[in-house]
Design a protein. Structure first.
Length: 578
């Protein structure tokens, strides 16, 4: 009995000691790993099944897909009759796409499987989270909107689809009223419709949709998409593993005139989202550094940014980041704001090659922003960009933006104090960390920018008119027009390394004259030199100066004549009339 009591006593002491040590170990662990688990509340709490590559068809890949015939089936282009062309042109003007063509194509048409062959052989976990697919629309065409819905319903495992949530941003077209409400009843509650009481724009409407969604994951689609074969499980699997990951499908193109479905990207190549310093979205081929991190070619990979239209996130995580900045109006810049916020504040973005979604790229935006455009003075998209860079960029990188967009310095970005407080509260990393560790390949195409030596109107002394793009894109001849003191067409910049340009485009010279061209990727230099004394613009390679022809107003290079006023130019910084 005494031996038993002694053993119990020793056991008690060992247990007590262990209980004292465990909290200390836990505290040390938290201190050592705090930097890596800023969003521990959203991290996986148990070991979860990983996707597995198998020899047979994957567990959610469809079997025995039936062939279909008819207009546009198989993603083939649908060509209208000659007598339909006038009606088609009217719908192009009204909707930005050929709705006559779309209306003749089945809402449940078949499309080509554009995935890598390897994608057919993934087994995904059986307990993936359920998703709310959120589709924001404003005055969308009937068949394009409903084809988006049908494709989601038809090609998603029902156990992972919580709902399709349609969010109407104050449409005024009759077909989107009672007819739509009646139509979606056929989906037995799987499709819900909510409406804004006034026009809010894409950004705020998406945040509204996220708050109203019922799924654990929110998945945003544009209102003119067609999801491809087994598109949903590959997007959910990374979020299932780590709830701080945003997943992005690879986007295919749907022609806005013929509705032909075809890949956008070159076969066998992977791309990821980057940006240029004026905040235009661009893409770069996946580097070997990133490719080597994956065991299989079809696995997801990290990306600095996303295009903005199509992505999935854990709902609670999205809302914990403040959703979209509510100060961003209508659309533009929200993809960068969310990308920078995710990466700098502890999350990541993954592009998913095995999830393909077709998207109609419209010929133009078929509607204006109404009263929303009157709430701010100046270009709304540029104001949005300014809010983003003033919140998330370090000072050095802000200057890169203002070098490309000098007028943005004068725009009112609004109050960003709440965004800066959120950044502080989440303990977010610097933009320099983001560039060094995530977006390092931006520099491949868009190196660090030298400052502008001169910018503004470039006025000819003789004519008192200004050099102007005349609204033409590159490649095109530069022209002359009345100096109007606003707009980007006359905003000419000359940087410290001799690059003359307009925004992200460059100005060059050849035998035809002075031209607006695409800047050579990976370069920031140029051949130009401005002499403030003689007021001549000198081309160092051709050894000539820019001259205006007195009769034709044609711009060309001529042997330099410093007293000829048709070769004299003055830069005048613009003051926006907002």
């Amino acid at each position: 009995m005494r031996i038993v009591q002694l053993r119990k006593s020793r056991l008690f002491k060992l247990v007590a000691a262990a209980l004292c040590i465990i909290p200390l170990i836990y505290i040390v662990f938290l201190q050592s790993s705090h930097e890596d688990i800023k969003f521990s509340a959203f991290s996986s709490k148990k070991v979860k099944t990983k996707p597995q590559l198998v020899s047979e068809l994957g567990n959610f890949d469809p079997r025995n897909v039936a062939d279909r015939t008819g207009a546009g089936e198989g993603g083939r282009p649908h060509i209208l009759r000659d007598d339909q062309q006038n009606d088609a042109s009217q719908t192009l003007t009204e909707f930005g796409m050929n709705m006559v063509c779309s209306d003749e194509i089945s809402l449940s048409r078949s499309i080509p499987d554009t995935r890598l062959a390897e994608c057919k052989h993934w087994n995904y976990p059986e307990d993936l989270p359920k998703a709310s697919v959120i589709i924001v629309f404003h005055n969308e065409g009937w068949s394009t909107l409903l084809r988006t819905v049908h494709s989601v319903i038809n090609r998603s495992p029902p156990q992972f689809l919580e709902e399709v949530l349609l969010v109407d941003d104050y449409s005024n077209k009759d077909h989107l009223k009672g007819r739509l409400e009646q139509y979606i009843t056929r989906f037995d509650g799987k499709v819900r419709l909510i409406r804004n009481k006034e026009r809010e724009g894409l950004i705020r409407t998406r945040s509204y949709g996220a708050k109203e969604a019922r799924g654990e994951v929110i998945l945003f689609l544009d209102a003119h998409c067609e999801v491809n074969v087994n598109w949903l499980p590959p997007l959910l699997a990374p979020i299932y593993r780590d709830k701080t990951i945003m997943t992005v499908p690879v986007i295919d193109g749907i022609d806005f005139k013929t509705f032909e479905y075809r890949p956008v990207y070159q076969g066998g190549h992977h791309y990821r989202g980057i940006f240029e310093w004026g905040m235009l979205y661009k893409e770069n081929e996946l580097s070997q550094k990133e490719a080597k991190k994956r065991e299989h070619n079809s696995e997801p990979y990290k990306s600095p940014t996303h295009a903005g239209g199509l992505f999935a996130m854990n709902r609670d995580y999205f809302l914990s980041l403040g959703a979209y900045d509510p100060g961003l109006l209508v659309w533009g810049g929200e993809n960068f704001e969310l990308s920078f916020k995710i990466w700098q504040c502890g999350g990541s973005i993954e592009w998913v090659p095995c999830s393909r979604v077709g998207h109609v790229y419209r010929g133009f935006m078929p509607y204006n922003f109404g009263k929303l455009s009157q709430k701010k003075k100046g270009p709304l998209v540029t104001i949005n960009y300014k809010r983003v860079i003033e919140t998330w960029f370090d000072d050095k990188f802000k200057e890169y933006f203002y070098t490309r967009e000098p007028l943005a310095r004068f725009l009112d970005k609004g109050d960003i104090s709440e965004q800066l407080a959120l950044k502080e509260r989440l303990g977010c990393k610097s933009f320099e960390w983001f560039m060094d560790n995530v977006a390092y390949d931006v520099y491949d195409k868009f190196p660090a920018l030298p400052p502008n030596l001169h910018w503004g109107e470039l006025r000819n002394v003789a004519s008192q008119n200004c050099m102007d793009t005349l609204g033409h894109g590159p490649p095109s001849l530069m022209g002359m027009s009345h100096c109007h003191g606003f707009g980007n067409n006359q905003l000419i910049r000359l940087n410290a390394k001799g690059q003359l340009g307009v925004g992200e485009r460059c100005i060059e010279a050849d035998t035809q004259g002075i031209k607006l061209v695409f800047c050579r990727l990976g370069t920031v230099d140029g051949p130009w030199e401005y002499d403030e004394t003689s007021r001549t613009l000198f081309h160092r390679v051709h050894k000539k100066c820019v001259a205006l022809h007195p009769q034709t107003s044609h711009l060309s290079l001529m042997p330099c004549d410093t007293v000829n006023t048709y070769q004299q130019w003055t830069f005048k910084e613009l003051q926006p009339k907002y």
